[in-house]
Design a protein around this ligand. Structure first.
Ligand code: NIG
Ligand code: FE
Length: 414
């Protein structure tokens, strides 16, 4: 019995006459796992078959799409965003261009805390409406899964409100959302000068309530001299581990604070930013399941000059993911495609590494399987691109080559 006949008698969707960017290891002999003159078939939102057009099984299917020779890739995954927030930080952008640093602004009560004030004041519905607009903007360029962090509440009530907005987004849009609890993003005004006391509050009040309500898929923090120390993060992570939540960390963004080693030792999902990552800790990453997530949007916006150690990560064979870090302060750039371009132009990733960074490796950074590649048994999340070569996805910006988007085999109209 051949592969096609085993699984089903009919297909819900067939896309034929496409170049498949599978990113599948089996096709790794060719760049991008490219399969030319191909077709792909879906049943119940899952890929049932893919291969050369000539070999397409002759099953009945009411929905046959002619891809007209275009390229079909897995849906893109934005594995690091702060998509739920209110207010604007345009004035700070101006302050920075007048010579003030991100750190100085934060120390004077601006930065993250100014977004905290606006987010606390905003209603659930205001936040949801803003988040919907932003998620749709990402989706129009092919994003089918978004990670969203809390962290602009910094009290139990508002952290819960943010995570509830992220949860509601999955109901209002046909998109997969992963929710991350980022209570340890900054010290709120109520705990000024008492960051240890704030960590206690997160451990004893916020995290247990968030968990009880089932609102978080992971726990994150900002391990930095203007955030929390490695020891403070270790305390919070110990509680996360106790309740079975995976951890991840904003690490080595502004200095080498040892956050990556902490999260790698705990086999956390990801260590994110990493401009100041040392050789020793690159090696540590290679011995863990933790995925480095590069965030070129923040690097660019903060006019950072210290580059993440991409060559070392390659040398140690560590898969690199890329996120937008979409947020109002350090990365007000709501485009994962722009991040692919910047990962290439600023961090010197190859276009193939950039695409892997927003698909297969982004899935790994979120602990997700069955997404991020075109493979039998994987979720039918597809982008159809009107391009001449897969590298064009990183090469151009400002033109949107996405012609169609499917999530779980359903067409998305955006
Ligand atoms: O990922 N580093 C901390 N968090 C965000 C910035 C958030 C903000 O400035 O509002 C980041 O860059
Ligand atoms: Fe971030």
């Amino acid at each position: 019995m051949n592969n096609s006949a085993q699984n089903c008698q009919a297909f819900d969707l067939v896309i034929k006459n496409v170049q498949l960017i599978t990113l599948d290891k089996e096709h790794n002999k060719v760049p991008y796992g490219l399969l030319e003159d191909a077709a792909i078939a879906v049943t119940d939102g899952v890929i049932q078959w893919l291969g050369k057009s000539a070999d397409l099984p002759d099953h009945p299917c009411k929905n046959v799409v002619d891809g007209e020779g275009q390229f079909l890739s897995p849906g893109l995954i934005d594995c690091h965003t702060h998509l739920v927030f209110a207010g604007s930080r345009a004035a700070e952008f101006e302050q920075r261009l007048n010579g003030m640093s991100y750190k100085e602004i934060a120390e004077q009560g601006g930065g993250i805390l100014s977004t905290v004030k606006a987010t606390r004041e905003a209603s659930f519905h205001e936040l949801l409406k803003l988040a919907e607009q932003r998620a749709k903007t990402l989706m129009r360029e092919g994003v089918t899964c978004i990670e969203i962090k809390s962290g602009y509440g910094l009290n139990t009530e508002t952290e819960i409100k943010m995570l509830e907005v992220a949860t509601a987004l999955e109901q209002s849009l046909p998109i997969d959302i992963r929710r991350t609890f980022l209570g340890a993003h900054a010290v709120p005004p109520e705990f000024k000068g008492d960051s240890d006391g704030y960590i206690d509050y997160l451990i004893n009040d916020t995290l247990p309530k968030v968990h009880e309500l089932g609102l978080a898929d992971a726990v994150d923090g900002f391990c930095e001299n203007i955030g929390f120390s490695r020891e403070q993060m270790a305390r919070l992570f110990a509680e996360a581990k106790k309740i079975g939540l995976p951890v991840k960390l904003h690490a080595e963004q502004l200095s080498d604070s040892g956050g990556t080693a902490l999260v790698a030792d705990l086999d956390g999902l990801s260590a994110d930013h990493l401009e100041y990552l040392s050789k020793k800790d690159c090696k540590r990453l290679s011995h863990s399941v933790t995925i480095p997530v590069l965030l070129p949007g923040a690097f660019h916006t903060l006019s950072e000059t210290q580059l993440p150690p991409v060559d070392l990560l390659r040398e140690y064979n560590v898969p690199m993911a890329i996120g937008s870090d979409y947020n109002p302060g350090s990365s007000p750039l709501c485009s994962l495609k722009l991040m692919m371009n910047m990962a290439c132009t600023l961090f010197k990733l190859t276009p193939e590494e950039a695409l892997l960074g927003v698909t297969k490796h982004a899935a790994m950074a979120l602990g997700l399987d069955k997404v991020g590649e075109l493979k039998v048994g994987y979720q039918a999340n597809f982008c159809l691109w009107d391009i001449q070569h897969p590298a064009e996805l990183s090469y151009t910006y400002g033109v949107n080559p996405l012609t169609r988007l499917w999530i779980r085999g359903q067409t998305c109209f955006l």
